[in-house]
Design a protein around this ligand. Structure first.
Ligand code: MLT
Length: 390
């Protein structure tokens, strides 16, 4: 008789962003005349930049011509894109071999899929609050998850606690949901700790392009020794507006031993690779023109973050993030709980954010806003905010 994976019973009933979307849709169906502004899920709103669109058109044309048509591609990505990623890392002084770079359909999938390589009895350390995917994917596999407290006292950047023994350690910097960023010294402590206890760090760098201080690390491999203990996940979703186009890359250094070959084996078996046309679009992101254009878009979102942050300041609402990150993490006004504030804001201002408690126990009483909206909507949302709280 078939047995179900009962670990699923240990998950929250639905994925955080699905719950938020459901609540918003219920509100809209009750009050269809209200204009709801969504600053909840971190989904981009600016269109793909010109360099990317041109590359897409060109690749589509190639696919329609016998001489340049492509069928199955290499599961780990075409060399032209791996080379572009390699060059990008080199610009941050990180040397990678081509066969350490794996092209994927985004960080979320790979962060979940990588767990195929690890035994079930590994203990997993995640910060709290945390991007829910790290926790949920491990619960699905029945792994023990322990938490490192991130809170106002440590500026939402938990440090190493040598008393704790972990085998897999998740780090996201710039952080989702708090926007906090580790500096090199702080990351070095994690790298040293991982090497000491034989752990692997799963480093999510999906928001690296928002870093505007040259001294802050964009990649964990800027830290000495990291190649021996860390896998890095990055994505073009936020960097270049690929949330709907789908392309990312995962770095599995050969210095990690068997893991590099195991990941290749896993991907060639369970993944068909990213479509050729999308990989050509991704390649265009790394050209000089593409880099210039995406920087303009990132600058636009950063300006939105400033609009949000300045409004919160005027309302005397405590907040962090928004500087090296698209997320602003605020304390709910009037001591409201996260979901209470979510409902209050939706009802009274028709502004949608993400309740901090959805990211973990330490997120209770906090709330996340994203700067990925349009300028017009961000300004309008903040006007409504100010009316309620100033
Ligand atoms: C978020 O809002 O946290 C992100 O958009 C989720 C994701 O990238 O999957």
């Amino acid at each position: 008789i078939m047995h179900l994976n009962t670990n699923y019973e240990n998950l929250e009933q639905s994925y955080l962003f699905s719950t938020v979307a459901k609540k918003v849709n219920e509100f809209i169906s009750k009050k269809p005349d209200k204009k709801v502004i969504r600053l909840g899920i971190g989904d981009v709103t600016l269109p793909l930049c010109k360099a990317v669109v041109d590359a897409l058109h060109k690749a589509v044309d190639e696919m329609g011509v016998q001489a340049t048509f492509r069928g199955y591609g290499p599961e780990q990505g075409y060399d032209f894109l791996c080379e572009a990623v390699q060059k990008y890392y080199k610009s941050h002084n990180v040397e990678l071999d081509l066969d350490e770079i794996f092209i994927s359909d985004g960080a979320k999938s790979d962060l979940g899929n990588i767990l195929d390589l690890f035994a079930q009895d590994n203990t997993v350390l995640v910060p709290d609050p945390v991007y829910p995917v790290y926790v949920d994917t491990n619960i699905m596999a029945g792994r023990k998850v322990i938490y490192a407290d991130a809170n106002g006292e440590n500026c939402f950047l938990p440090g190493v606690n040598k008393e704790i023994k972990a085998d897999l350690i998740y780090i996201c910097s710039p952080n989702n949901p708090t926007g906090a960023v580790y500096n090199k010294e702080q990351l070095k402590e994690w790298v040293d700790y991982a090497r000491e206890c034989g752990a692997v760090i799963l480093f999510d760098s999906a928001y690296e392009c928002f870093i505007s201080d040259e001294n802050l690390p964009r990649s964990i491999y800027e830290i000495e020794g990291a190649k021996e203990c860390a896998i890095e996940f990055c994505s073009l979703s936020k960097t270049a507006g690929f949330t709907g186009t789908r392309c990312g890359y995962t770095i599995v250094p050969k210095a990690l031993g068997k893991l590099n070959k195991m990941w290749l084996r896993r991907q060639t078996t369970k993944f068909n690779g990213v479509p050729y046309i999308v990989q050509r679009a991704a390649e265009a992101v790394f050209t000089d023109e593409g880099q210039k254009e995406i920087k303009e878009n990132i600058g636009y979102y950063k300006e939105n973050a400033k609009v949000i942050s300045e409004t919160l300041k005027r309302c005397n609402i405590w907040h962090v993030g928004g500087k090296h990150s698209p997320y602003i993490w605020l304390r709910c006004p009037n001591n409201m709980k996260s979901w209470e504030f979510f409902d209050y804001l939706l009802e009274n201002a028709q502004v949608v954010g993400t309740p901090g408690s959805g990211f973990g126990r330490n997120g209770e009483g906090y709330f996340r806003l994203t700067s990925f909206g349009s300028r017009e909507n961000t300004i309008e949302a903040m006007k409504r905010f100010e009316k309620l709280f100033k």
